[in-house]
Write a protein that binds this ligand. Sequence first.
Ligand SMILES: *[C@@H]1O[C@H](CO)[C@@H](O)[C@H](O)[C@H]1NC(C)=O
Length: 339
Amino acid sequence: MCSPILLLSLPPTVRDLEVPPLFRRRFILGGYRSVGQPWQHYMLSLFQMHNETLNVWSPLLAAVVVALRFMMFTLLGGGGVLGFRLQGPEGQGLSIDVSSMPLVLYMFSALTYLSSSAAAHLLQPHSEHAHYSLFFLNNVGGAIYLYCCALALYLYCADPAWTQSMLGKIFLPAAAFLSWTSCSVSCYVKVHSRWMYTFHRKLYSLTVITVISPIAHLLAICSWTSTQVMPLHLLQVVLSLLSAYFFSCSSPECFSPGSFDVLGHSCQLFHVLLSLCMVVQQEALFRDFLWSRPALPRLFGEEHLLLACASILWVTFSCSLTALALRRRVQTRLTTEEA
Ligand SMILES: *[C@@H]1O[C@H](CO)[C@@H](O)[C@H](O)[C@H]1NC(C)=O
């Protein structure tokens, strides 16, 4: 499918003024793919250098690493590391260990987010409809990932005394609410106006900071050389904060518009840092999971664990509903504009 001839037939990238305003990004002057080409052009543009090549490749590679690493962990971890058994204690059926479920959900949400993000960046210039729909999909994926991440970090990594404190008790509901809010605000702003443009980015950063806060707390109370996993936690906090920073501002491209079009603009730095963060985070989760899992049912209670996992359904449902409603509004607007 991707013979060199086909690649050569790809139109060259264009300047910002040659794409509709919706597709332009501040301070990015060139490296855009033309809008309205057939889908295959965008698929092939995976092998072309343009303003989003890195945005596509970094989540793709991270998804492969996360999936392979998870397989290695479960298969090489002596089997049964998750406590899932095809033969239940009664001798039949599938037995699922509730305390491993957050880890599995984390892995699925990470893969969903990484792949939806890669697909969105690869394919969105196809049309305005596609641009909006894929943007919404990416946001919903992001919200689900953030909540699953909060859940896994809270259960496996956080300081047990903190999880039982007042702040610890409102952590998960707050993370769920913030994930939904930042997804909704971001979709809403996309559709309605640009007046809250920077606000939604700040809100996303606030969500990231909240999600990572149990780890920041852990680093503050433990000497971070005390266990092997501490350097990994430190690294994931640094990477998350850096990625949130680049998400919420337009540096470095604002200092020299046009210089970072294809390599090095804020959106790419965000994706690269986030992808790295997810790989490190998964590694840290594996370590903490192995020693904290046995105590989880006693610490939180099986029902509470099940409820915490089930609340992912609430996040998924509410984010999808908001995104679908806004998508419908956009579709109607676009169709009336076209008519
Ligand atoms: C890259 O170009 C596409 C159009 O090909 C545009 O939709 C997108 O906003 C641009 N992104 C950046 C970061 O410049």
